[in-house]
Design a protein around this ligand. Sequence first.
Ligand code: LR7
Ligand code: MN
Length: 569
Amino acid sequence: EFQTPHSFVYGANKNSFADKDSSYEQALNRFRKRFDNSSVVFRAWNILPEAEQGLSEDEKENIIKGDEYPPGVDGTPVVLEDTLRYYIRQDIRKGWREHAFNRFVSDLIPVNRTLMDVREPWCKNQTFSKDLPKVTVVICFYEEAWSTLIRTITSVLTRSPPELLEQIILVDDFSKMVHLQTKLDNYVNATPKVKLIRAEKRLGIIRARLLPLKYVTTPVIFYLDSHCECTKGWLEPLLQRIKEDPTAVVSPVIDNIHDTTFEYIAQDANDLRLGGFNWDLRFNWIGMPQDEYLKRTNQMAPLKTPTIAGGLFAIHKNFFKKIGYYDDGFEIWGAENLELSFKTWMCGGTLEIIPCSHVGHLFRKRIPYDEIKNSLKRNYARLATVWLDDYAKYYFERAGNQKIDFGNVSSRIDLRNRLNCKPFKWYLENIYPQLDLPDKYAASGQIYSASSPGICLDAHPASEQFHEAVQLLPCHFQGGNQFWTYSRNGEIRRDAFCLDYILNCITLFFCRNSASQVWLYSQKSQTIRHMVTEQCLNIAKFPEGIKLILTECTPSSSQKWIMEHFKFE
Ligand code: LR7
Ligand code: MN
């Protein structure tokens, strides 16, 4: 079996690039010119395995060092040559399969790669108290790749003021991958400030986060995902804010580490994203309300946010305890971020994003845990039952009102009562007024064919390839991609996306107040007529199956639709 040479990449590059390189800026510019802003990964690499046999370790390292600058330096993207050898292509595929990101590319990038200082100039002159509270950084991981994990740890160690960083506690959530066993023990033993706790069985991210609490000796805890990179100055502004107000739960600006090229892509400082959610209780990014934005006089000031993504935040140990940590009935993944967000606001704290603190996170397009499907519904049901009051019905309606066993939540309800937390109505009115209530819609639920009952309109939320057509699929009664609302101005929508007709394709696209997104439903004729084309939604039979098309309106039964919960004006 061919052994991938990843391990020498670390050897070769371990100390090859340091922040303090004096000619660094110049070097970087040369580098950029040469590679047109991206680094084509070494040809030397591609030939290495054949040469390998006769080479000493030193010589191997030199081949890799042969290139002036290591790939991914300064957060630049790494683009692979397209003529890679078969075994390398295999290896790339394996990385995607196991981690849902390009592990091969990650493995080429030094674990101590440099990043650009992405902060706005006004952040760089900020002054901090002399006696900021110390922090413990907790990183939970499950089957994480070696290079992403070590790069996360390295970025914390090298970019945190040593006097503020007490320790990093790694929590292994019962991973099986070989590199996370002895090799990791050895790394931890050799690395000051880094501790490792191993779960004895798979706990899921939420319970894994609770595991190290008894070892935390500092006032502040910072939770971090296992595939992140902290940038210069990330820590101080977070600690400063918690020192000022220990009930503030604070998140850095979360930048993107590209899943394919590992490019570090910072958020637009003039349009920072806040956290929101929809009635399916999924987290989403929302824009800053315009009036808030205009009111801002100090661009370093914290931004109040309705929710946080959940993976990267700092919290005072005592406040975390006061609000009852997390619901430890949450399994594997999800819902804990909204629980923390709701109860922070409702039980006396504030939730904020700190514009001067930037941390990159590797966003994945797919969640690589098969187990989450069932646990997610359970988690959401617990969350809705404990925190949403009467509004829980919107979640359950959206989830198809399925009966599911979500365990006992009485201790969580007790907690809420004991803390005397505010009602969810208060939260919605004061903290997240942007969120629409489904009640204001003329219909909500499934849209199904009146002539072939059991056939529903089904669509993925628009993605990069927005031309994915809306499909006709068997109704599954679970909400999800078959949940629609019909707004009083004729949009058939799901959250921020609207049914649209673009380039002869019936698709989902961002709602944009366009006539092409207006659909007129007549309860009498049961037709859905597209305002611009004056044609009707119709089921057409093709050899491959049935498709949704627009045709001239006729009384044909294939044009008859039923909108669930349709209400008269
Ligand atoms: O069973 C598990 N045990 C774990 O320890 C499953 C996962 N994990 C670890 C995993 O290795 C990772 O470090 O938990 C962390 C989060 O899981 P990811 O990275 O696979 O998922 P994610 O980045 O989509 O997770 C987001 O949503 C989660 C819901 O439970 C958590 O709140 C994550 O912390 C959160 N991540 C972020 O907020 C980073 C910004 C992304 C966004 C949006
Ligand atoms: Mn993550």
